[in-house]
Ligand binder design. Structure first.
Ligand SMILES: [Zn+2]
Length: 667
């Protein structure tokens, strides 16, 4: 019998396949990809040329295990490129994912994706040697890798993450396919052969002890122990086994999922594994596997390798992608946005006279007044209190901290929310404070759809006056988020001048975002149009600078892209939007959209923040922005708004809607 996946694998290692006898190709292929160990041996086929290369990608999945219940979120593709990306593992600090990448020339190297920056760069680039299956050493100073050496020898190597020379670890054990470290000196190795064997080796001791035959490629140390799990193949049923490498004692944990040889440990009692598009967990003592998720909505056809972060908060998995059915692009009216108007707007809203727009401050009030005037000039219908653009919000001054200097303790001046105007009336007048959301609408044209609401939002508050940097203490907030507000104003003008949308659109400048989300909290308690009829919130946050990860000039990314159908819906219609690649930043939870998302409304933020531009410092000024880039992004966002107002409603993907409110970091 031949393995139907075999031909796919061989093509992933073209360089190796070309230069060698097919047996070597098979070894490398077994390391690199999808080939079960049992297929190795006599059934050797030369590579054929025509079929497409395997294109596995690496996906990051939020993970939680509160109260022993395993929960997983939606998978985000962190490799997103043609070609081979596989064999992920986490760095010891859980801030990075190492993976094997083959970038077209047959050369395989270990790359490092950083969760906070979204960048994936080579951990070490070595030519002509290829490396596979990286796993950080226990001191996190090096990677243990399977290295295919210049002469095709395949052994376990230690590859320091600095420039120091790599060293072979067990010179006489070869060819090695996979490994797990049990303790400081003990390793379990998958040694290729017919059949493949599991061998226990000790540093400084020659040779290895064969403890099992016909094993799978998935070897893992069980967290908190010196034992190693592996999958016993060879029969019709495969089993997950537990080996104590020091006593050589072997126990059966459970049956493996049929056809599934990859797994990972969440903790010392729970494993996770994939089968097709589905993810399962098994807890020691249970009688069967439990389904955690079905990722067919993410177009994952087959889940293979998995790893769990040491922090227990992330899962990474390898998935093969099936072709996605894209929706035919609609014809959408294109609004022209003038970069000069954009620049003028940012200059006003981020002027020193706005005093950093702290919620409840005079500068914040001045900014609100200016935005209300712009909404009026754009022809938006007032939708706030008593026929105005204003939705007033009661606040209370923070109690003064005795002896605090506001220059060094700016947080001391933060206001606090008040639940109602009745409660506000009972506050001593000296502590009464108010702020407002500014809201205007375009009433929809369709007799039915006009009852549905599309929200487009941006927070206009910022962090006020703070510590002086180079003699400047005003945090102007040009990018954060004057840029989003100018986007709303320019879109309001454009949409009033173009064809009228079918759904009703509310444009809302939100207050209190930087101090705890007071503006959205008040709006959700006092919606201006029914929340049940609100189909989406498109939030615009920090679009004043291009971001190379999103594609640079004129392009943007969408927070929580994978969570709902919105990202693909917009991208399929030609809007230059990419997923947010900096998942470690949790940007989805760091702006006003998340409050709407938590009550079930599909809600995302468009941004092009690139981490490098001024953020929450006085230097975030109009003089630094790129108005041409902004105008492009606003034009794209206006197109997105028209689609959302006229077309289909976005829906959450399974597990995409965020759960109960959690502590939120201000942005
Ligand atoms: Zn912001």
């Amino acid at each position: 019998m031949t393995n139907p996946r075999l031909h796919l694998v061989l093509r992933t290692s073209r360089r190796i396949a070309r230069r060698t006898a097919s047996r070597t190709a098979l070894r490398a292929a077994a390391i690199g990809g999808l080939l079960p160990a049992v297929a190795l041996g006599a059934q050797v086929r030369p590579a054929r040329a025509a079929a497409p290369p395997a294109n596995p990608d690496v996906f990051l999945v939020p993970l939680s295990t509160a109260g022993g219940v395993v929960k997983v979120g939606v998978p985000a593709n962190i490799t997103r490129r043609e070609g081979y990306d596989n064999q992920p593992s986490f760095s010891g600090d859980s801030r990075a994912v190492f993976f094997t990448s083959n970038r077209g020339d047959g050369q395989s190297d270990i790359y490092r994706y950083e969760l906070s920056t979204g960048l994936a760069l080579p951990a070490r680039k070595t030519v002509p040697e290829s490396e596979y299956s990286a796993f950080p050493t226990r001191d996190n100073k090096a990677l243990t890798v399977i290295r295919v050496e210049a002469d095709s020898t395949q052994r376990l190597w230690r590859m320091p993450l600095d420039a120091a020379a790599p060293s072979v670890m067990f010179p006489d054990i070869k060819p090695v396919g996979y490994f797990a470290q049990a303790d400081d000196s003990t390793w379990a190795l998958f040694v290729l052969g017919a059949p493949a064997t599991l061998q226990v080796v000790h540093t400084g001791r020659p040779g290895g002890d064969v403890v099992a035959h016909n094993i799978g490629r998935s070897l893992h140390r069980i967290p908190g122990t010196a034992r190693v799990s592996y999958v016993q193949m060879g029969g019709a049923t495969w089993y997950v086994m537990i080996l104590d490498p020091n006593t050589k004692k072997i126990d059966t944990l459970t049956r493996a999922l049929p056809g599934s040889e990859d797994m990972a440990w969440i903790d010392s009692t729970t494993i996770v594994a994939g089968q097709g598009s589905k993810l399962f967990s098994f807890r020691r003592g249970d009688s069967e596997w439990k389904q955690l998720a079905d990722y067919s909505f993410a177009n994952i056809s087959s889940i293979t390798r998995l790893a769990v972060s040491p922090s227990g908060t992330w899962l990474v998995l390898v998935g093969d992608l099936k072709p996605r059915v894209t929706v035919a692009a609609r014809t959408v009216y294109v609004d022209k946005i003038d970069p000069k108007a954009v620049m003028r707007g940012v200059q006003i809203l981020a002027a020193d006279s706005m005093e950093g727009r702290m919620t409840g401050s005079v500068g914040g009030l001045r900014a609100a007044q200016w935005i209300a005037e712009q909404y009026k000039a754009a022809g938006l219908t007032p939708v706030g209190d008593s026929g105005t653009y204003w939705q007033h919000i009661p606040l209370q001054t923070a109690p003064p901290i005795p002896g605090a200097d506001p220059q060094t303790a700016p947080r001391a001046v933060r206001p606090r929310p008040v639940d109602s105007w009745a409660a506000w009336n009972l506050i001593p007048p000296a502590q009464q404070l108010r702020s407002a959301n500014i809201a205007g609408m375009i009433r929809g044209s369709d007799p039915v759809l006009r009852n549905e609401v599309v929200l487009v939002t941006a927070h206009y508050d910022h962090i006020g006056i703070g510590r002086a940097v180079d003699g400047d203490s005003i945090n102007n907030g040009a990018d954060d988020d004057a840029s989003g507000n100018i986007a709303l104003i320019e879109m309001a003008k454009a949409l009033r001048n173009g064809p009228r949308p079918k759904r009703t659109i509310i444009f809302m400048a939100i207050t209190g975002e930087e101090v705890g989300g007071f503006g959205t909290r008040w709006y959700i308690a006092h919606p201006l149009l029914p929340l049940e009829k609100t189909v989406v919130d498109l939030n615009v946050e920090m679009i004043a600078h291009p971001d190379s990860i999103a594609g640079g000039f004129g392009k943007a990314w969408l927070t929580g892209y994978e969570r709902s159908t919105m990202g693909d819906l917009l991208a399929d219609n030609g809007i230059p939007l990419t997923p947010d690649m900096r998942l470690g930043q949790r940007f989805f939870e760091r702006s006003d959209n998340v409050a709407f998302a938590r009550i079930g409304i599909p809600a995302h933020s468009i941004s092009s923040f690139n981490l490098a531009t001024p953020y929450h410092i006085p230097k975030d000024e109009a003089s630094t922005i790129d108005a041409d880039h902004m105008a492009q992004v606003i034009s794209a966002t206006a197109k997105a708004l028209r689609l959302l107002a006229n077309g289909v409603k976005p829906e959450w993907h399974p597990g995409g809607r965020p759960e109960a409110p959690a502590a939120r970091a201000p942005r």
